[in-house]
Design a protein around this ligand. Structure first.
Ligand SMILES: N[C@@H](CCC(=O)N[C@@H](CS)C(=O)NCC(=O)O)C(=O)O
Length: 222
């Protein structure tokens, strides 16, 4: 199997961390600049990474959360990251759905400017999106998902944490917004990334890209 990734992308980093943590025989392929090529579109017409390409004629699957679940369910040791207890697994799934349908929505307006001027939605959109994170999504994360545990509903990190935490690195491209992020969120972000040392290279790549951003809107205030 091959896991096609964009190395500094938070969406790719969860599946990369699962592959490395479970020591899976999966080739990690850098698809930078190739996602719109005819070869890539033939396996994934949605042209996104991560994409898990199966061997033989089995095609491919994409969506980071689905890939992490697939890797955990079908490999030894996967229960460590995707607990089998029905209630806990239900909550892990809920957190992962929340990440895709709620938490991630304001991220592009805040952070995609780091990928180039074409992605810049303007400072006002970034401020509004950040306010949404602060008033709606961080409280849910801190006061519900992390109320009694260091990871979401869990003493140990799960794929729910891998789905969420790498995304927060993006906020560092707007240093004044990052400064306003609650300490509890920053500590959680660091705790999850530290739990997956084999993926440090990728996490550091995103960190350097975002902390090093000095372009338009870098100084925007909350
Ligand atoms: N919901 C998807 C989002 C994947 C996604 O948006 N990937 C972007 C990078 S962050 C991508 O591969 N873009 C390249 C392209 O569209 O050509 C997931 O969670 O995997």
């Amino acid at each position: 199997m091959k896991l096609h990734v964009l190395p500094p992308s938070a969406n790719s980093q969860g599946p990369i961390a699962v592959v490395k943590h479970l020591k899976l025989d999966v080739e990690i392929v850098n698809a930078y600049g190739k996602t719109r090529s005819p070869e890539f579109l033939a396996i994934n017409p949605c042209h996104c990474c991560p994409t898990l390409e199966f061997d033989g004629s089995d095609g491919a699957m994409w969506e980071s959360n689905a890939i992490m679940r697939y890797l955990c369910v079908n490999n030894e040791g996967g229960d460590d990251l995707y607990p089998t207890d029905p209630v806990l697994r239900g909550k892990v799934d809920m957190v992962m759905d929340w990440r895709q349908t709620a938490m991630y929505k304001p991220i592009p307006a805040i952070a995609y400017v780091v990928f180039g001027a074409d992605y810049n939605q303007g400072d006002e959109a970034a401020k509004k999106a950040f306010a949404e994170l602060m008033t709606e999504h961080f409280p849910v994360l801190m006061d519900v998902f992390l109320k009694d545990t260091p990871f979401c509903f869990s003493e140990k990190p799960t794929i729910a944490d891998l789905s969420i935490a790498p995304v927060f690195t993006y906020l560092k491209c707007r240093k004044n917004l990052w400064a306003a992020v609650p300490e509890k969120v920053k500590e959680y972000h660091a705790r999850v990334l530290e739990a997956f040392p084999d993926t440090k290279e990728n996490f550091d790549m995103s960190d350097a890209m975002c902390t090093g951003y000095t372009g338009v809107g870098a100084d925007v205030e909350p």
